[in-house]
Write a protein that binds this ligand. Structure first.
Ligand SMILES: Cc1cc2nc3c(=O)[nH]c(=O)nc-3n(C[C@H](O)[C@H](O)[C@H](O)COP(=O)(O)OP(=O)(O)OC[C@H]3O[C@@H](n4cnc5c(N)ncnc54)[C@H](O)[C@@H]3O)c2cc1C
Length: 330
């Protein structure tokens, strides 16, 4: 095994690199690289992506392995599994990190299985043992417990990281770009992307947002979700929801936060008319500051909140949005 630390560059649909990749590079630089002693590297996979290497160098990537292949244009697990598996088998990195996204949830476990690597998904903290084995903390049992995983020695150690867990920090270097050839044929690709529909929004992406305003069943209707969108826009926040609100048709599934939705870890999380079920908490419990608004003084979310406002959302939210607008304008 080499002493290289790798960070996979997670790409957005628009071809830019997700913030979580810079967070992972920054954390690897801060707390792992000097102990392990090898270079900090990034892996860039896609089609026409070579010009993105510079952006990874800005966050400390000294080497960037590039797999530029037409078969990797749109995300498909088969192509990405093949490309990354071949690279890992060839170079045997010590550690491979990636953001926890819907793409990496799909292909990273398959890469770990193919290459015999250890894997922990959705880390909320990481460390190293004295002999440089990776340790990972992650939620288990619907967030009722945090388990700490210690990797065995001898194999590449892989982990995905919950977005917004670590702070990104620039540490510019000029990276050495290594072009890797991976033979991916039509026969390798079992799933073909035939159409891509992108939803445009002025609000930040939910998993990357610094602030999230989420609404629950207590909103009562799709129309009433405008209270959530209004507050979100005042705070330049993303808008989220509980499964109960999504199932009731108040908002689309891509807003769902929780065990069967998205995991978020913002600096500020507003939980409006949300009771705080464990399945919801598992998706937002790592938020730095939780503010809840609920008319039930006994609601479980209050015990998990930094600030609890007991009142009717239809009275509280308009005043809160107005006052915050004024305060932010000042
Ligand atoms: C396998 C499984 C997976 C699940 N995955 C998820 C998941 O990913 N995400 C998720 O969110 N849930 C998930 N759930 C569902 C979860 O168990 C809860 O049912 C759900 O989170 C409850 O949503 P809620 O808080 O909006 O609704 P409720 O629990 O009904 O709470 C509504 C709250 O609104 C308050 N309220 C009502 N009116 C007002 C008002 N006018 N002003 C202020 N407060 C008001 C009430 O006091 C109450 O606290 C999952 C469940 C299972 C079994």
């Amino acid at each position: 095994m080499s002493n290289e630390i790798w960070v996979i560059a997670d790409m957005k649909m628009d071809g830019s690199i997700r913030k979580v990749s810079f967070e992972a590079l920054s954390e690897a630089k801060r707390s792992m690289q000097s102990k392990i002693g090898g270079p900090l590297c990034a892996v860039l996979m896609g089609s026409g992506v070579a010009d993105k290497a510079e952006a990874l160098g800005k966050y400390g990537a000294e080497k960037v392995y590039v797999v530029d292949n037409a078969h990797l244009k749109d995300f498909n697990p088969d192509g990405y599994v093949k490309a990354l598996s071949e690279l890992v088998a060839k170079h045997q990195p010590h550690i491979v990190l990636a953001g926890n996204t819907s793409f990496t949830e799909d292909y990273i476990p398959r890469v770990a299985a193919r290459t015999g690597s250890g894997l922990a998904m959705e880390a909320i903290d990481m460390g190293l043992t004295d002999d440089n084995r990776l340790t990972v903390k992650r939620y288990s049992h619907s967030s009722k417990a945090i388990s700490e995983i210690e990797f065995k020695a001898g194999n590449t150690m892989m982990a995905t990281i919950r977005p917004n867990t670590y702070k990104e920090e620039e540490s510019p270097v000029s990276p050495e770009v290594i072009n890797e050839q991976v033979d991916i044929s039509d026969a390798d690709i079992k799933v073909k992307v035939v159409n891509l529909e992108t939803k445009m929004s002025d609000r930040p992406e939910l998993t990357e947002a610094e602030r999230v305003v989420a609404g629950g069943r207590g909103l009562g209707s799709e129309e009433n979700f405008k209270y959530i969108y209004d507050l979100a826009d005042v705070l330049s926040a993303a808008a989220g929801a509980t499964r109960a609100a999504v199932d009731a048709g108040y908002c689309p599934y891509d807003m769902q936060v929780g065990q069967t939705g998205k995991a978020v870890s913002p600096t500020l999380y507003f939980a409006v008319a949300i009771s705080g079920a464990v399945q919801h908490f598992s998706g937002m419990g790592t938020s730095k500051v939780i503010v809840s608004i609920n008319k039930d003084p006994e609601t479980p979310i209050f015990a998990k909140s930094d600030y609890a406002i007991c009142g009717d959302l239809f009275e509280v939210l308009p005043v809160l949005s107005e006052e915050l607008k004024k305060a932010l304008a000042e």
